[in-house]
Design a protein around this ligand. Structure first.
Ligand code: ZN
Length: 283
């Protein structure tokens, strides 16, 4: 297991963690702190302009640990599903432009606005949607990382809720482990899973494309925007990181904290500094 206590060479900042700043400022502040990697969101890139973002990345030497995000495949109409495919292709192109190592997929839940209760059908639409973009992603060498989300998001964000489910999809759609399809393991979503270690072992190096850290607060006050700083909650992050690294993962440790009422209200520089401290002491 890597020793992260001495430096932050494996730290990446998911840029949703410091949304109080525009992306150009985030890159500048990360560069100032010798943070080597970020994972930006499409809206943040669009707000600054992808050419500007690409130039700032070149100037600072900062690389991407992922690109957020594609997915959201289910829709109640075929044209809606096709729009999702088209949008995922654009996301793949954007990820390519910024040399991302993978495009993270938050796959979508029940079709929005349809009053559907058929989560099985939504899962089939997710499988079909990934299958439809996978060839294109493979052709331009952009791996897709399915991120299983905690079951509390099954209705509105992702109906792939366990690592086992995500890996079953990988196996079905990319049985030869070509490198085109894998998973993003986010401790916030999977820490509770009794099968977690077994599924991380099953994933292995070929499928482990990204690793996200934050903490689970008790109590959690908001389903989406009350993530904790590493060390402030109940997730044994070092244990999970040890499993992931033992399975062959050698990539960045990406800090991803959505916290509208706490970290999102603090000074961005303080947030980055504390991320660096806790990355060293609590992950
Ligand atoms: Zn994540």
């Amino acid at each position: 297991m890597r020793d992260l206590s001495q430096d932050h060479r494996w730290l990446s900042i998911n840029t949703a963690t410091v949304r109080q700043w525009p992306l150009d400022r985030i890159i500048e502040e990360c560069g100032r702190r010798q943070i080597r990697a970020i994972s930006p969101w499409r809206d943040q890139v669009a707000a600054v302009g992808s050419a500007t973002v690409a130039r700032l990345l070149r100037e600072t030497g900062i690389v991407l640990s992922g690109y957020c995000r594609g997915g959201m495949f289910p829709a109640s109409t075929s044209s809606g599903r096709q729009q999702a495919i088209d949008d995922n292709r654009r996301a793949i192109d954007e990820a390519r432009e910024l040399n991302a190592p993978c495009l993270v997929l938050v796959v979508g839940g029940l079709p929005a606005g349809s009053a559907s209760k058929d989560i099985g059908a939504a899962r089939e639409q997710v499988r079909d949607g990934i299958a439809q973009v996978l060839d294109y992603a493979r052709s331009v060498h952009m791996p897709l990382a399915i991120e299983p989300l905690h079951p509390m998001y099954a209705a509105d964000r992702a109906c792939v809720n366990t690592l086992e489910q995500a890996l079953d999809l990988c196996h079905e759609l990319d049985p030869e482990k070509t490198g085109a399809l894998g998973v993003a393991v986010d401790v916030y979503h999977v820490w509770w899973d009794p099968k977690l270690k077994a599924q991380i072992d099953r994933a292995g190096r070929a499928r482990l494309l990204a690793f996200h850290v934050c903490d689970w607060l008790v109590p959690t006050r908001d389903l989406l925007n009350d993530r904790g700083m590493m060390g402030d909650g109940v997730i044994d992050i070092p244990k999970i990181r040890a499993w992931v690294e033992a399975a062959g993962y050698e990539g960045f440790n990406e800090v991803e904290i959505f916290s509208s009422e706490n970290w999102g209200k603090r000074d961005g520089g303080d947030v980055l500094d504390i991320c660096m401290e806790r990355h060293a002491s609590a992950t």
